[in-house]
Design a binder for this molecule. Structure first.
Ligand code: 1PZ
Length: 211
């Protein structure tokens, strides 16, 4: 999988994510994340503690989707309704539902905000911009506030191992730098829309701080 990664696949998945009435399909949401994980794995083993966590969250959601109540997990909207209606979510502290679809997807949702910020800064970066700096700025403005000190430290160490900007554009495997930048310009509005729809849904249902 790692050798077939292309930024284009990520874009395709996030494009397929939205239904006609703007619901978010869980299937394509997790496929998009699987692509990103295969990309991250191609960057080296320093990132494996991050990809392990992402994979386990993708797997939890996939198990729901493939399970006997799978039809309720077709979209993020139907998942939220189903889990709330049936009291399948730990709302204030972890208890009998420590791995609900809602809390699991929230972790990926927060990471999607990091991705959005990071890709935007990559898109508008210049020759001498540093990926590690862009990455940690995006992280500090998003995910970091949800992580304890020890994870923030480990993430900081991993960021230093990121390839430089040129190499980074290469591994995205989507043509020349200019083509990658163009593709990022297409992908970002899609990612932002998926992010915003999920954010509004979670806010409306008071789910943004699920333990
Ligand atoms: C290309 C560079 C990759 C940088 C990725 C930036 C994100 C750093 C995140 C580091 C956290 C990894 C360790 C696991 C943390 C978990 O404790 C948390 C909360 O979950 P809980 O403990 O509540 O069950 N997990 C997360 O926050 C989800 C993190 C997913 C990160 C996916 C990144 C994918 C990057 C794609 C690369 C293009």
């Amino acid at each position: 999988m790692a050798d077939s990664f292309s930024l284009r696949n990520v874009l395709e998945n996030f494009k397929s994510c939205l239904s006609d009435n703007k619901e978010v399909y869980v299937k394509y949401y997790i496929s998009g994340w699987r692509e990103l994980v295969s990309f991250m794995n191609s960057l080296g083993s320093v990132f494996s503690f991050i990809s392990k966590d992402a994979v386990s969250k993708i797997q939890i959601l996939e198990n729901f989707l493939m399970g006997e109540n799978g039809t309720h997990y077709l979209t993020v909207q139907s998942m939220v309704k189903y889990e709330l209606d049936n009291e399948l979510v730990d709302l204030t502290k972890r208890g009998s539902h420590p791995e609900s679809g809602c809390r699991t997807l929230l972790r990926l949702h927060r990471a999607l905000r990091w991705l959005q910020l990071f890709l935007e800064s990559l898109r508008t970066s210049t020759e001498d911009s540093k990926t590690s700096v862009m990455c940690s700025e995006a992280y500090n403005a998003s995910l970091a506030q949800h992580h304890p000190w020890i994870i923030r430290k480990a993430a900081g160490v991993a960021f230093c191992a990121l390839p430089g900007r040129d190499a980074f554009f290469e591994v995205m495997n989507a043509g020349s730098h200019q083509e990658v930048i163009t593709l990022l310009g297409e992908a970002l509005p899609l990612i932002s829309e998926v992010y915003q729809i999920t954010e509004d849904l979670y806010a409306k249902n008071k789910l943004l701080d699920l333990p």
